[in-house]
Design a protein around this ligand. Structure first.
Ligand code: ZN
Length: 240
């Protein structure tokens, strides 16, 4: 029998199971996404307290049995993000971040950079709940694309390499395109291009602001890229 697995994890989802148990979807730095069961967690005197809820960052001890689910034997809180939980928009943005990780990285392959990005996002939403919203959600997604290995090319035409008149975006080409290579692209405003470059290159806490129209275009660019390269559809972001 393999021994216990000690790992950090973020709770992506927490589902009621049976009388008192919970099934957890966890994201870990070294094992990617894993499923676990916590027994008796919904009893009043459970040793787990309330910490097996979505968005908690935990130190866990997991026991590997014969089934697909690991069993949680110990859980200590690293961060509970209490301010995030008091803000509706921050909660919504955190849920969409967890959902995007689930859809793009539904694998046990390790992606420690994705784990760190998710922790950064939750910490930012906890420190500054007012950051929640469209610009932040899209910046998180574009950084997920980078971690997945298909960040859009933004500095030059993704088809021919020309560096000027980059007026379109093509998910199939993998980035911005010039008028000569615009087949299959949609028009991209300069402001959208600047937003995408800033969101990709700057820390999450410095995500540039942009007009709603630019953010709608940016969302389409991200969605086209994800659909073309990963065959995945993300939930719509919260436009506001
Ligand atoms: Zn071109």
């Amino acid at each position: 029998m393999p021994g216990p697995l000690k790992t950090e994890a973020v709770v992506l989802r927490s589902l009621r199971y049976g009388e008192a148990d919970r099934i957890l979807h966890l994201y870990t730095p070294r094992r990617g996404k894993v499923g676990a069961i916590a027994k008796g967690v919904r009893r009043a005197r459970s040793r787990f307290g309330g910490r097996l809820e979505p968005f908690f960052r935990l130190h866990l001890v997991l026991h590997e049995g014969r089934g697909e689910l690991l069993t949680v034997t110990s859980a200590e809180t690293i961060a509970g993000y209490p301010r995030l939980r008091e803000d509706g928009a921050a909660l919504d943005t955190a849920a969409r971040a967890c959902d995007a990780v689930t859809r793009l990285f539904d694998t046990t392959e390790p992606h420690p950079d994705v784990y760190n990005l998710l922790c950064n996002e939750l910490a930012l939403l906890d420190a500054e709940p007012a950051r929640a919203g469209h610009a932040n959600q899209l910046a998180f997604r574009i950084k997920l694309l980078l971690a997945a290995g298909f960040a859009p090319q933004l500095a030059a035409c993704a088809s021919c390499g020309q560096r000027e008149h980059l007026t379109g975006f093509s998910g199939a080409a993998g980035g911005v395109v010039c008028p000569a290579c615009e087949a299959g692209s949609f028009p991209l405003d300069e402001e959208t291009h600047a937003y995408l470059a800033g969101a990709l290159g700057l820390p999450l806490a410095q995500t540039p602001a942009a007009e709603p129209r630019a953010l709608r275009q940016a969302e389409r660019a991200i969605a086209d890229t994800v659909e073309y390269h990963a065959g995945v559809r993300l939930r719509a972001a919260t436009a506001r």
